[in-house]
Design a protein around this ligand. Sequence first.
Ligand code: FE2
Length: 425
Amino acid sequence: MSSASYELVLRNGRLLQLTDAPLSEAQPVDIAIESGQIVAMAPQIAAIGQSELDLKGKLVSPPFVESHVHLDSALTAGQPRWNQSGTLFEGIEIWRERKQDLSLEDVKERAIQTLKQQAMQGVLYVRSHADVSEANLVALKALLEVREQVKDWITLQVVAFPQDGIYGSSKNEALIEEALKLGVDGIGGIPHYELTREDGVKSVHRIFELAQQYDRLIDIHCDEIDDDNSRFLEVVIACAIRSELGSRVSASHTTAFGSYNNAYAYKLLGFLRRTQINFIVNPLINITLQGRTDTYPKRRGLTRVKELWQQGMNLSLGHDCVQDCWYSLGTGNMLDVASMLIHAAQMTGLDEIDACYNMVTWNGAKTLNLANQYGVEVGKPANLIVLDAANRFDAIRRRPPVSYVVSRGRLLASTETPVTQWNAP
Ligand code: FE2
């Protein structure tokens, strides 16, 4: 009997790949894992593992990436009251009340519970915003502690997010700088909610200055409104071109882009060719938040997804909220997000459906600037998921549970595929 060579060997999987590569998606592949790394991949690995898993031809995919969520408000729906209007602005009012009661333990407990819920469903990379327009920075400090606490099984990025605007009070600008000193991964903003247009423009410039000063990523809640005069994306584009920060910059939501007149929208699309900024789309929440002041026809609350994708921009997806004052639903399942995008943005062509799967995987990794640590390849960290699905289309159409989640080379979670017992009459 031969001795064990690897800690873990996954056998007989079918590898989902971004581009054509030596290992065909249709051929079975074995994956050997040692010390948290993928060390070998081949149609058949002869050496045995201390542990082995037979994947029975299931799909092996890199993990899902949650590009945009607010873990500080997660699991608070109904506290202290329900959002009856369903608008972003009533949500902000409710959160302003709820955040008076935040404690480190409260935020940490809900954040970790949400992260577990996400990880069980194959999400191993998460970018969370933390509200930094509250005097004690409780949400931020809690999420920084959580980032450390969970690092052995999930990667969490924390973005300093001034929910009430950088210039919404005399204290907020100092608070966001304090957040940078405390070690956030990125800096955010909300120019369309600043008190004036001028404040909004100033806030975007300040964000870019601070990002350069502290060497951090940028992720701005940008034009999340139906107002076709909300035009802060152009300011983000201008700052991105001049700063050359490119792919370190993300514009989240940009729902007003869907309301701009075509002459203006196509001018912006032209400018975007000179940047490499990422767009983060949150279709579950924005299809419910936006269009609330419309009679009929009602807008869908989405940016120009198809046009941006056709132009080769990097788009990735987020839940935005999981059971809070802005969105009381949500499960953390990224296939739900991809499915909603396909419907709401009419991304129904076969290549478009595949692209929506890529938005919750590879594109998300690009948005988060994960560089070389993402992907199922020899030499990379052994983070992967196993789906009982034939391909991307099938995965999104049926949204089966993730059979196995392997994180840092260990089996983090496994879920049985439900079996229905049909009793014929
Ligand atoms: Fe958000």
